[in-house]
Design a binder for this molecule. Sequence first.
Ligand SMILES: Cc1cc2nc3c(=O)[nH]c(=O)nc-3n(C[C@H](O)[C@H](O)[C@H](O)COP(=O)(O)O)c2cc1C
Length: 207
Amino acid sequence: MVNHKNKVLVLYAHPSPRRSEVNTPMYQDACDIEGVTIIDLYAEYPTYHINIDIEQQRLLEHDVIIFQFPLYWYSTPSILKEWQDLVLEYGFAYGQEGTALVGKPFLCAISAGGKAEAYQTDGYNHFTIRELLQPLEQMANLTGLIYLPPLVLFGSRTAKEEDRIGEHRRQWQSLLRALVNDEFDVQAARPLEKLNHYWLNDSEQPL
Ligand SMILES: Cc1cc2nc3c(=O)[nH]c(=O)nc-3n(C[C@H](O)[C@H](O)[C@H](O)COP(=O)(O)O)c2cc1C
């Protein structure tokens, strides 16, 4: 039997997964990887009554925390905000006694309808994806999570016809396996704009 070194928790938030072309296959990928627990928040809490004790227990039992979601209004779908508001309590996630999350890597796996070039200072959306995610980065800083850059698929609504979903899923699967097997170089990944660059050779130019 394989001895997994890390338990990875994926908190998945998609309000309409049956219409999803990107996130639903990624959800299925995560389900198939031993050592990964994936929680479909909209399925589990259709009325938004999040069970704080269960969610805090899940956090305690896992070594790596991932939010997986389609970008909605430059942020997470609302249930992930509700989850943060309720679960990341004083005395659990922050404050003098609130050390439950200290030292655990944290990242976002995101799909965005906008194209990569739109997420630039001089582009259509004016901000990079790392800039837009700063509230989550600072949540991580405050709670002691180790913030990693996001894994992002831009141009998600044309990704299927452009045959780009397969490569993204391969990176997602590689990422999850590397995290489970403690083979992911967290320090090398931290300064990247997005985790997609982690797999580039030195000679390749980031997009
Ligand atoms: C309510 C709503 C808000 C959205 N906001 C954004 C946004 O701020 N930026 C963006 O690039 N795409 C935005 N999109 C597009 C989604 O990110 C896109 O549909 C999703 O990534 C596709 O993934 P899926 O195939 O898994 O559903 C939004 C879509 C919806 C329905």
